[in-house]
Design a protein around this ligand. Structure first.
Ligand code: GLA
Length: 350
């Protein structure tokens, strides 16, 4: 079932929230602003629904607050060094919004766009579209972006990302939700366990730009191949963790991208009994333990204060700054070529 309601306004236009619910009463709220996942109410072992993502009660916080809460980010999710890249001999420079680098599509990335929505009641899905103009934020190519959210009756939220550009460009799209399976207002996420199907990761410099190295997870805190508590190695003496103030790294899935979404990550919370399985066809995931989530000016839903490490992001994507490193994943999209990836967040009980 899909219910639409108004959620304030931006740019003098109304913002809407679409609430999709399934036969188990699980429901998700999605804003037309940034195609943002605002609420994700999932049943726990106590039979009660709890909202397992961070987010705000008002549109103003989405516009002014940082952290890209629940938003779809792009046209290039993650960082591009000094906001510069070269494509076919042409140099491009992007808006610098993160120290010396460009982050998540620049000043007005996809997370700030008002998406148009087409409802599909039969599939319990909404198709959201936005246009990024040629040279907007410095990127070449007028790009059509289409994000489809589907809520299934087996408690899975499926997100399909499609895009096409009229000129050769670069692209990296993801959703920036912050998960805590006990509920966003329940405290540290370091007690959750995580398994990740990743055998290497990307170390960064102190501006969080890849050094260029692709490093094996063997013997490092980045080895989640066997499930462990997120907190297990969180405070260990590791230079890469220190630089980022926690996990804020791209981990590379074994074998790279796949034809169809496959199971790549499992997040578990013994307290609530909730398990979140992540299926994707993307080659990597940015594991981010909300190391910057401490903006006291923008409390979360119900007035709950922000706090670092109270949630975790699993941003399925391509490698950061790929275009500036040999041997990184291909993020170039040709004119007229279709970009098409899917990530599924599937919920179960332990
Ligand atoms: C991404 C980055 C983080 C941080 C957040 C937004 O996940 O990797 O470093 O910038 O976005 O706060």
């Amino acid at each position: 079932m899909i219910v639409k309601r108004e959620f304030g306004s931006v740019y003098g236009k109304p913002v809407y929230e679409y609430v999709l619910s399934n036969k188990n009463q699980m429901n998700v709220g999605i804003l037309t602003y940034g195609a943002t996942l605002r609420t994700l109410n999932v049943p726990g072992k106590d039979g009660r629904l709890t909202d397992v993502i961070c987010g705000y009660d008002d549109i103003k916080s989405y516009v002014e607050g940082d952290g890209y809460q629940g938003a779809v980010v792009g046209r290039y999710a993650n960082r591009i060094a000094k906001g510069r890249f070269t494509l076919d001999g042409e140099e491009y420079s992007l808006f610098i919004n993160n120290g010396v680098n460009s982050l998540h599509g620049g000043e007005y990335g996809l997370n700030t766009k008002l998406f148009a929505v087409c409802e599909n009641d039969k599939n319990n899905s909404i198709v959201m579209t936005a246009v990024l103009e040629d040279m907007e934020e410095g990127y070449p190519g007028r790009m059509m972006v289409e994000v489809t959210y589907t809520l299934t009756d087996d408690n899975a939220l499926k997100i399909n990302y499609r895009a096409k550009s009229d000129k050769k460009t670069i692209i990296n799209l993801t959703n920036h939700s912050y998960f805590n399976l006990s509920g966003y207002a329940s405290g540290s996420v370091l007690y959750h366990t995580l398994r990740l199907d990743a055998d290497s990761y990307i170390p960064t410099d102190d501006t969080l730009i890849p050094t260029g190295e692709i490093k094996s997870v063997d013997g490092t805190p980045f080895d989640f191949r066997t499930e462990k508590r997120i907190g297990q190695d969180f405070y260990s003496e590791d230079n890469d963790l220190k630089i980022a103030g926690g996990y804020d790294h791209c981990l590379n899935f074994i074998g790279g991208e796949t034809e169809e979404p496959v199971l790549r990550a499992e997040l578990k919370d013994a307290k609530s009994g909730r398990v979140m399985k992540v299926y994707t066809d993307q080659p990597c995931v940015q594991l981010y333990t909300a190391n910057f989530m401490n903006n006291s000016a923008y409390p979360f839903k119900g007035g709950f204060a922000q706090h670092t490490q109270n949630a975790v992001c699993l941003e399925t994507q391509h490698m950061p700054d790929s275009i500036n490193h040999d041997g990184f994943t291909n993020v170039v999209l040709d004119a007229g070529e279709e970009y098409n990836y899917t990530t599924v967040f599937a919920f179960e009980l332990m």
